[in-house]
Unconditional design. Structure first.
Length: 135
């Protein structure tokens, strides 16, 4: 059975669409990563914005959380024959580098920049890239 995967990703969530001979499935993975740790419920701290040593710690913590997020996304990708990655920012290329570094068994057939999309738009984009086959 041939498996193809389309993956939309940014630093807040990933949507994984798996297309097989039997049909398609959609999974979502939330990042749970806070890029701006001084924000709480949308309120910005009034503390000074000057760089401090604690900011280095915050940046390291952020990178560690992103690393865990990418590992979780990779764990959700089946050993497909073809993977296309798309999204609005840097996350797609960061994930591609991580897949290459870890010798992921699937073949990444493309990395494409697209804007924010709804889940329905993501599924349609994957259908365009991997047209459904009849069993």
């Amino acid at each position: 059975m041939k498996t193809e995967v389309g993956l939309w990703i940014d630093h807040t969530r990933a949507v994984i669409v798996t297309v097989t001979d039997e049909g398609e499935s959609v999974k979502s993975v939330a990042a749970n990563v806070d890029r701006q740790p001084r924000r709480y419920d949308g309120v910005v701290s009034t503390a000074s914005r000057e760089p401090r040593p604690a900011d280095d710690h915050a940046q390291r913590t952020y990178r560690q959380h992103l690393s865990q997020y990418y590992d979780e996304v990779i764990a959700q990708i089946p050993d497909g024959e073809s993977v296309v990655i798309f999204g609005p920012g840097e996350a797609k290329t960061e994930l591609k580098k991580r897949l290459d570094k870890n010798h992921f068994p699937a073949h990444v057939v493309g990395v494409e920049t697209v804007d924010k999309m709804t889940d329905r738009q993501i599924v349609e984009k994957v259908r365009e890239h991997f047209p459904m086959r009849t069993p």
